[in-house]
Each structure stands twice: as C-alpha cells, then as structure tokens.
Design a protein around this ligand. Structure first.
Ligand SMILES: Cc1ncc(COP(=O)(O)O)c(C=O)c1O
Length: 391
C-alpha cells in the first residue's frame, strides 16, 4: 500500500467540521469532542509576545531553539521534578507534533516497529507510518490503567522493534502509569537496544497527584506548551534526547522546519513563570472532571478507571449501543452534543467506547448532560437498558 494511503483521517476533526457546519446553520452545539483548552493564553504570556513583536523578533532562532528557553526549561525540570538536565539536550520544536515527526525521522529505518497503546493518541501511528515504520497497536485495558506494561513489551518486542511510546497521563483515558511500571518500561527498552518515548503533554493537568517525569529513567521526553499553558495555536513544544541524538536531531530540524516560531518561543519563556494562571485552569478542569464523573454513570456511560489527568473521560457505551461511531453522530445531529467515538483512538473495543473532553465550561457541560439525558430518556433512542435513567 502506498505510504499516504496508510494515513487515517483524524475522526474528531471530521466531527468538529460537521459541528461547525451545524453551528453555521444556527444550531447550538456543546463541544465535548475537542482536546483543546478553552481558556485564554495567560496574560503574562501575551504580554511577552507583544514585547517580542515590538522588539522585532522576526528572525529564525537556532534550529534547536532559543538558548534562553532551553536553559529556562532545564531550570524548570530542576524546580518541578528535582532533575538536573543539560540544556543542550532540550530541543525546542513546533509543538510536540514537531518533536514526534523529527524523532521518528531520526530513529526509524524502513520497517522498524513501534509499540503503541490501543486506545491511544491517534496521530502517533500515522507519524510512525510517515517515517516508514510499522505502528504496532497493543490492546490495553483497565488491568494496566490503559497503559503498556512490562509484560506487554516482553510479549510484543521483536527483532525490529525500536521504540515504545507512552502518553502519561493518557489521551484518551486520562489515566496514569504506575511509577514503578514506568521504570520497568524504560529499562526494558534500554535492555533491548531501543528507546522509550514518554509524551508528558498533560503533566501539570493532574488531579490529586503529581507524576514524576520519565526523564528520571532516561526516557526520551516529549512535551509542549499547548495544553498546560493553553497555547495550542502558538506551536511550541520540546523534546529531551540523549547526548548522542542531539546532532542527528539538529540536522533533521534544520531541514524540516528550520526552527520553532520565534515569537512563540519568547512567549513560552513567560509561560514557564506563570504558575498561578496554570493552577487556576487546573482547578477548573478538576471541578468539571468531578461533575462528569458524578453524572455520566447515571446516563448509562460507565467509567472503568477514574482518570487522574488530562481533560478526558473514556467511557463505555456498551449499555447503550454496540456502535459508538453511529451513536456519536446521532448525538451530534439529534442532541447537539459532540463527543468522540472510540475508533478514533484504535480498534480495541473501540465500538464500545467514547471520549468526553471537559475542555469546555461547567455551564456548557451541564447543558450537554441535560441534552444527553433528555435524548437518551425520550422517544429518540431505541437502545437497551436506558429506560430507567433517572432524571
Ligand atoms: C497526547 C498528545 N500528544 C501530542 C499532542 C499534540 O500537541 P501539540 O499541540 O504540542 O502538537 C496532543 C494534542 O491533542 C495530544 O493529545
């Protein structure tokens, strides 16, 4: 099959496009599909961007990033996690997506295998395929907090396996990897001549816990300003690589994107210092998370493991349907509520699951729940087991 034909669409974007079309036609849609913060970028970050513009920061930075941002991130790792890291190992990229594209270009040869969790962040497998690698989707469930485990790596690691990739906390499940397991995963990859890549984009958005960074186990780290600092459109992220990979990464970065956006890098420097703003957002997410966790089961959505991070809830709809995708399209068209079907995240029991995003205000979530309840309770829905949903 041609490489481009292996690239799947990002279904949530199709759903979003339809939701936008309905809005353009005058419908009110509750967005529980989008994985994008609804908060404005913190004021201090905007001010830093304005100052950068006024200074005329129009030129490319070094390919590996503005040195002051690399150093500020190194200081931040010390402060945040108590880990000392050489700033040269921190490479600034256009979002974490830029980091993944670059890392796979550097690390994969044609046919190399990459172990990924299913369900997992959908773009991963497509990045791997674009770099000529083979994305190996490994079914994960509540038994392992929806994460890869050492036993699963043992079972699936073969001769051409090069990488295992984890997202901690996970998208779509919001669950965390057990800290001991993270150490085992990193050790397994190292012992087999490969690497563990840990996507920590949802660090800082955790509730009742503060996960350690896999940097302490010498994993390759990918992170971003997109989520914690509400900066999705600024396109700035980073990766932390071993010394030996700095030069190859630099060469690829020079060629494929030259550098991350300069003004965004200056803005990112201010983001690292804006602790209070990100804490306010975190608290609001936590309140929304509690509300949905308390409410969804009464509508027939079952949550196997309470998510402790990100802004997602991955729920079983097995009591309502065996076709989550049609269910989501009907919810959008008929109830005006957008949620993402499980098959965006893989294949394993995908038809039984949906993902709710709570990156939308509590009042909109309440309205979404009201609409779902009324839809599921009344004449429209011919599913099973919902007749006794309480109002
Ligand atoms: C797990 C995960 N990794 C990476 C990304 C991409 O983020 P960025 O904006 O940093 O490219 C997302 C975006 O939703 C994500 O959920």
């Amino acid at each position: 099959m041609k490489r481009i034909d292996q690239i799947e669409p990002f279904r949530v974007m199709q759903l979003l496009e339809r939701a936008r079309a309905l809005e353009a036609a005058g419908r009110d849609i509750i967005h529980m599909e989008i994985g994008e913060p609804d908060f404005p970028t913190p004021a201090a970050v905007l001010a830093a961007a304005h100052a950068s513009l006024d200074r005329g920061d129009q030129y490319y930075t070094a390919s590996t990033g503005e040195p002051r941002l690399q150093q500020a991130l190194a200081d931040w790792y010390q402060q945040e996690y108590g880990i000392s890291v050489d700033a040269r190992r921190i490479l600034i990229t256009p979002g974490s997506s830029g980091a993944f594209a670059m890392l796979y270009a550097v690390l994969l040869e044609q046919g190399d295998r990459v172990l990924l969790p299913d369900p997992g962040y959908p773009c991963q497998r497509n990045f791997v395929r674009l770099a000529g690698g083979e994305a190996v989707n490994i079914a994960v469930g509540p038994e392992t907090n929806y994460h890869l485990s050492a036993a699963l790596l043992q079972q699936h690691w073969q001769h051409h396996t090069r990488l295992a990739v984890v997202i901690n906390p996970s998208n779509p499940t919001g669950t965390l990897i057990d800290p001991g397991m993270l150490a085992h995963l990193a050790a397994h990859c190292r012992d087999h001549g490969g690497y563990l890549i840990c996507d920590e984009i949802y660090h800082g958005l955790t509730y009742g816990c503060s996960p350690a960074s896999a940097l302490e186990h010498d994993a390759i780290i990918v992170n971003s300003f997109s989520k914690r600092w509400a900066m999705t459109g600024w396109r700035v992220g980073w990766t932390i690589v071993p010394d030996t990979l700095i030069e190859p990464c630099r060469r690829v970065m020079q060629n494929i994107f030259i550098a991350a956006p300069t003004i965004s890098q200056h803005a990112a420097l201010a983001a690292l210092a804006s602790g209070e703003a990100s804490e306010t957002m975190r608290q609001a997410y936590d309140e929304r998370r509690r509300y949905l966790l308390d409410t969804l089961p009464s509508l027939g959505f079952q949550v196997a493991i309470e998510p402790q991070g990100a802004f997602y809830i991955y729920a079983s709809v097995a009591a309502l349907t065996d076709d989550a995708e049609s269910f989501c399209w009907r919810m959008l068209e008929e109830a005006g509520v957008a949620i993402t079907p499980g098959n965006d995240f893989g294949q394993f029991r995908a038809n039984e699951h949906v993902r709710f995003s709570y990156a939308t205000s509590l009042s909109r979530l309440r309205e979404g729940v009201r609409r779902l309840r009324s839809f599921l309770q009344h004449e429209h829905w011919a599913g099973v087991g919902i007749a006794d949903i309480p109002s």
